[in-house]
Design a protein around this ligand. Structure first.
Ligand code: NAD
Ligand code: UDP
Ligand code: UDP
Length: 322
């Protein structure tokens, strides 16, 4: 390892966001330890990195202690799609809470700077719109989404208590809905569902009346924001919203996907899941003021790149050699 190289641990590194983050850190010359238990992650996402001598893959579950030497930690391990985080809700809470304790303990012992991938879900079904970081949120503590929302809220509490109690350098980012290549075909979130349904000619599943809104950020913008926040000096713990302010109804998203794919899929309406937030849009003032960040990818442009990825994946022409 060279003098100015950093050894960075990325938990959840074989997932959608984690794999893009590993790639960016390797490209700038860091040594990366990618940790994953493959609950929703996939070796295909990191296959192209395996032969890089600065890349190391560690199969491990963050709910168990980990003793290694690192300079920085990005804690991303946690299933992020409702169908996956609700499959084993107790494990989801354990991953956020025990995972945070273990990674904070590791950061405390090694003196590492540590980043937490928090979420816009800490705002729940919000009455304040758009959502600034000082809004405390409206989360149901006992519903089917609580394992994720409350787990992430408790992880934020732990990060700020370790920061105050042990003077640790922490960074907490609240990530809003992000999409792009390497989402899993069976991920279950709306962008990958609509794209795969359109490409296969299957019905597009709209939950509820499709009037609920989300703001979608393209993955490259998101990772750029996370890394800039982590590198910020003087340090600032956050929390900082990272996302895209463009707000769309699910019906508008479906229309955009149908237009770009040229698909003739029909829309079918299904029940709205319990506690599904009605609206969501980030207030990005803080990210912009602190580190001059704002997303640059328009939804249609990002969707076009994501559709090209899924088209190659579904037709079997995606190159997956290292
Ligand atoms: P993902 O499901 O693709 O990735 C999560 C990764 O964590 C997977 O590789 C999974 O195998 C791994 N993992 C899960 N439990 C683990 C455990 N106990 N030990 C070790 N690894 C474990 O999801 P993603 O979209 O890449 O999300 C990454 C992080 O970003 C998550 O923490 C998520 O909550 C957060 N986030 C994502 C979004 C988004 O829109 N993508 C929005 C807000 C927050
Ligand atoms: N821990 C870890 N790796 C380390 C140091 C700690 O996984 O290098 C875990 C360990 O399980 C511990 C937790 O992090 O229980 C919290 O550590 P901390 O030092 O805050 O508390 P304590 O060791 O007193 O429980
Ligand atoms: N959704 C939908 N059809 C799908 C999947 C999701 O209409 O096939 C809706 C879902 O009800 C929600 C929005 O799309 O209102 C975003 O859902 P996702 O699971 O992607 O993210 P989250 O609800 O966690 O923001």
């Amino acid at each position: 390892m060279k003098m100015n190289e950093k050894r960075i641990l990325v938990t959840g590194g074989a997932g959608f966001l984690g794999s893009h983050l590993c790639e960016v850190l390797l490209a700038r010359g860091d040594e990366v330890i990618c940790l994953d238990n493959f609950y929703t992650g996939n070796k295909r996402n990191i296959y192209h990195l395996i032969q890089n001598p600065r890349f190391e893959l560690l199969r491990h579950d963050v709910t168990f202690p980990l003793y290694i030497e690192v300079d920085e930690i990005y804690n991303l391990a946690c299933p992020a799609s409702p169908i996956h985080y609700q499959r084993d809700p107790v494990q989801t809470t354990k991953t956020s809470v025990h995972g945070a304790i273990n990674m904070l303990g590791l950061a405390k012992r090694t003196g590492a700077k540590i980043f937490q991938a928090s979420t816009s879900e800490v705002y729940g079904d919000p009455e304040v719109h758009p959502q600034p970081e000082d809004y405390w949120g409206r989360v149901n503590p006992i519903g089917p989404r609580s394992c994720y929302d409350e787990g992430k809220r408790c992880a934020e509490t732990l990060f700020f208590d370790y920061h105050r109690q042990h003077r640790m350098d922490i960074r907490v980012a609240r990530i809003f809905n992000t999409y792009g290549p390497r989402m899993d075909v069976n991920d279950g979130r709306v962008v990958s569902n609509f794209i795969c349904q359109a490409l296969r000619g299957d019905p597009i599943t709209i939950y509820g009346d499709g009037k609920q809104t989300r703001s979608f950020c393209y993955v490259d913008d998101l990772i750029d924001g996370l890394v800039r926040f982590m590198d910020l000096d003087p340090s600032n713990p956050g929390p900082v919203n990272i996302g895209n302010p463009g707000e769309f109804e699910m019906l508008e998203l479906a229309e955009a996907v149908l237009e770009i794919t040229g698909s003739r899929s029909q829309l079918v309406f299904k029940d709205l899941p319990v506690d599904d937030p009605k609206q969501r849009r980030p207030d990005l003032t803080r990210a912009n003021t602190l580190f001059g960040w704002q997303p640059t990818t328009e939804l249609k442009h990002g969707l076009t790149k994501t559709i090209a990825y899924f088209d190659a994946l579904l037709s079997g022409s995606l190159n997956a050699t290292p």
